[in-house]
Design a protein around this ligand. Structure first.
Ligand code: PLP
Length: 731
């Protein structure tokens, strides 16, 4: 019979045709493209583990809060958020990541024995589901903060039930000698305080007794204690509803060592929860992501000594610290399927880091390994990348997600630039004056020195909104990833940030938001706060933004108010497929005060009026632009106005933009409208080069008949100008 316990989570890593595959992707092909070391995750393994877990506990309809500390990668977290999971967090940083990943605040629980006041404040402001409190002083601080913010705080106390879970001593958290939680009597007393407080609202009882637990028994003992406290407190009139049993569900790292039998656990805890009519919260981390990830590394050298043979690989303890820290065991597999006929050899698999503790396996019997070949450290999805660091100035590895035969880099390998990010060399220390160095340094006022050395520690991180300033053919935008809804009042925010004098300054604000139809949704706000339907330059910028941030690949599709857009990346050039043009109106005569003007109208996602002029530089844009924009024919929305000169090799275009209420250096949809109209009235054909003040663009299209066009593409540059953080003024 198959060992069903070992298979109780999803395995999508198998040898096919002599190579290790993840789903339908050959891992060594990814390794050749991405370089090593890198983490690789299986989408179907992750989602399968979550579904299996949810299904097993479904009789109790629990709130499953994924423990972000296991692996906080945004893509993996988002996959779980979309499956309906909530999040268990330990810090403000994790709160920030959880919101970015899309976990709703009402499904976020916050544990940890050392929460700072700022972290508590932030959790209260974000209105998360509950704070799991670990000491009397923390409860006091939460109450004070709630009072200051005029907010009630939903709290549970973390019970330390004093049970031994028989795991590594560093990951045991529910014994009374561990720093975590409150023992029974302390908790009982503190719940009295909660009962009396008008600012604290009791939610339930929390526990987390350890990690990599492979037997149900400690959970049952802990839940019995929690149940006893729950009953006692209910008798005392506390309105408790939830029992949060934490995480800790063990997986199988080693052949023959089965994982926790979660079916048995679910069965056994059922009566304990049901009898109290309590609602259940569970916080799995490792069980969901652990078996879904591998660390792929390449063998650098094989070094033989009489005593032993070392396999020196290019991943180190900084990439995966579990063996060094916990003596953890990870199976090691060759990406090339080993030849069964060949005998194994006993080796130490070690990394390049300058520590003797830098190893992945000691005295392990493995199939013959050669220099240059790839190895996989199995079950490395949890507490692996999330515990990585850059000791020995080793950039942290890339992360890749595989789904069937597709794969994406979901986190880029760190660069050498990343390694020195935030470091500041005080100029005064190295000034060339004679008596520089120590003397000069000591003359800097203490406050100046502090700012110079530790600038980032002065910043209230959570109130700063990360943005990327981009430009596409001279149209400049502020791009913000708003999937975590960090910006709610979009209109006012746009007015503030787009202001050239008081804000960052831009032609528009681009918000990346959730979409259930495409990779994401792009929303564009003008500097006057109005929302625009579409802008070709903006679309190129956001396509490059999602690519650079690892949110989407070289090809992606996104929603806009004017319909779906697809994009294709080619280094800094981005080609986007535009909406098929519509509402063509040729030879439209507009009567203005000073005469009549004949032009053409086309909707390329946005309204455009095209006026051919002999010399675009001399066109009266400032005078005519606003008059045509507000002409009654185009009301109520108004139109953009393009002045177009036909040149030998293409067009020259200047655009007056509605919303910006002035000339911009270039307008993507305007350029497309100009090219199509130029083809209709002057027969210029496709592709057509267009010069704007912001740079060159290329328009591609297919003409179906005289006035019907399809397959319209706009190609041009999209560049990052800089990244920064903008201080939020109230929410
Ligand atoms: N909940 C809390 C409070 C934790 O501290 C942890 C991990 O340390 C977890 C849940 C997740 O544990 P595991 O990954 O073992 O399921």
């Amino acid at each position: 019979m198959r060992d069903t316990k070992i298979m109780s989570y999803h395995n999508h890593f198998n040898y096919k045709r002599g190579e290790l595959f993840c789903e339908s992707t050959c891992i060594s092909e990814v390794a050749q493209k991405v370089g090593t070391p890198f983490y690789l995750y299986s989408y179907n393994s992750l989602i399968g583990n979550y579904r299996k877990f949810a299904h097993t506990f479904s009789k109790l309809s629990p709130l499953i809060c994924y423990s972000l500390k296991a692996n906080g990668n945004l893509t993996l977290s988002r996959i779980l958020a979309q499956e309906g999971a909530g999040a268990d967090i330990l810090s403000e940083g994790e709160l920030h990541k959880a919101l970015q990943a899309g976990f709703p605040p009402q499904k976020i629980v916050f544990a940890g024995p050392g929460k700072k006041e700022k972290e508590i404040e932030c959790a209260l402001k974000e209105n998360i589901f509950m704070l799991n409190v670990e000491s009397a002083s923390e409860l006091e601080l939460i109450e004070k903060t709630a009072q200051r913010l005029n907010h009630t705080a939903r709290v549970s106390l973390r019970l330390n039930p004093d049970v031994d879970v028989k795991t590594h001593r560093y990951i045991t958290t529910g014994k009374k000698e561990n720093k975590f939680g409150l023992v029974f009597d302390e908790a009982e007393k503190l719940y009295e305080k909660i009962k009396k407080s008008s600012l604290l609202k009791p939610v339930g009882i929390h526990m987390h007794i350890g990690s990599q637990i492979t037997s149900s028994e400690p959970y049952l003992r802990a839940l019995e204690k929690a149940g006893e406290l729950f009953d006692l407190l209910k008798e005392k009139g506390l309105d408790l509803q939830y029992i949060d049993m934490g995480g800790g569900f063990g997986i199988s790292y080693k052949k023959g060592k089965p994982p926790l039998d979660i079916e048995e656990l679910a069965e056994k805890i059922y009566p304990l929860i049901k009898k109290r009519e309590a609602k259940l919260i569970i916080e799995p981390g490792r069980f969901l992501v652990g078996p879904a990830g591998l660390l792929i590394t390449q063998v650098l050298y094989k070094k033989r000594r009489r005593e032993k043979t070392f396999i020196i690989v290019d991943a180190g303890m900084n990439d995966l610290i579990r063996p060094s820290l916990y003596d953890a065991y990870h199976q090691i597999k060759k990406l090339k399927e080993p030849d069964e006929a060949e005998s194994d050899e006993t080796v130490d698999v070690v990394g390049p880091v300058c520590e003797s503790g830098d190893f992945f396996a000691l005295g392990r019997s493995l199939p013959k390994i050669s220099e240059g070949e790839y190895l996989a450290l199995m079950d490395a999805g949890a507490y692996s990348f999330s515990m990585s660091f850059s000791y020995n100035a080793r950039p942290r590895p890339a992360e890749v997600l595989v789904k069937e035969d597709h794969w994406w880099i979901i986190r880029k390998r760190e660069t050498y630039q990343d390694l020195i990010k935030g470091e500041v060399i005080p100029d005064e220390l190295f000034s060339s004056s004679k008596d520089s160095s120590a003397k000069n340094f000591s003359t800097i006022s203490p406050s100046k020195r502090e700012v110079a050395i530790f600038p980032s520690q002065k910043e209230p991180i959570f109130d700063l909104i990360p943005f990327t300033k981009m430009q596409g053919s001279g149209n400049d935008f502020i791009v913000v990833d708003n999937r975590g809804k960090i910006i709610k009042d979009r209109e006012n925010f746009s007015k503030r940030v787009c202001s050239r004098k008081k804000g960052i300054g831009a032609d528009g604000l681009l918000l990346l938001e959730e979409s259930d139809k495409a990779n994401f949704k792009m929303r564009i706000f003008n500097p006057d706060g109005t929302e625009a339907e579409m802008c070709g330059n903006a679309a190129r910028c956001i396509a490059r933004f999602v690519y650079l941030k690892g949110i989407a690949g070289e090809k992606c599709s996104f929603e806009t108010l004017s319909g779906p857009i697809s994009s294709y990346m080619n280094e800094t050039q981005v080609k986007i497929r535009m909406k098929d043009p519509s509402r063509l109106h040729l030879n439209l005569k507009l009567i203005l005060e000073d005469g009549s003007y004949e032009g053409h109208y086309l909707d390329t996602g946005v309204s455009h009026f095209i006026l051919f002029v002999p010399e675009v530089e001399k066109a009266p844009l400032e005078k005519l632009g606003p008059k045509i924009r507000y002409h009654p024919y185009f009301q109520p929305q108004g139109t953009n106005v393009n002045f177009v000169e036909v040149e030998r090799n293409g067009l020259k275009v200047r655009t007056y933009e509605r919303g910006v209420e002035g000339e911009t250096l270039s307008c993507g949809t305007g350029v497309v409208a100009a090219a199509i109209i130029a083809d209709i009235v002057r027969g210029l054909g496709s592709p057509l080069k267009v010069k704007t003040k912001g740079g060159g663009l290329k328009v591609y299209f297919q003409r179906r008949d005289k006035t019907n066009f399809a397959q319209v593409f706009l190609e041009g540059e999209a560049k990052v100008v800089y990244e920064g953080r903008y201080e939020r003024k109230g929410k």
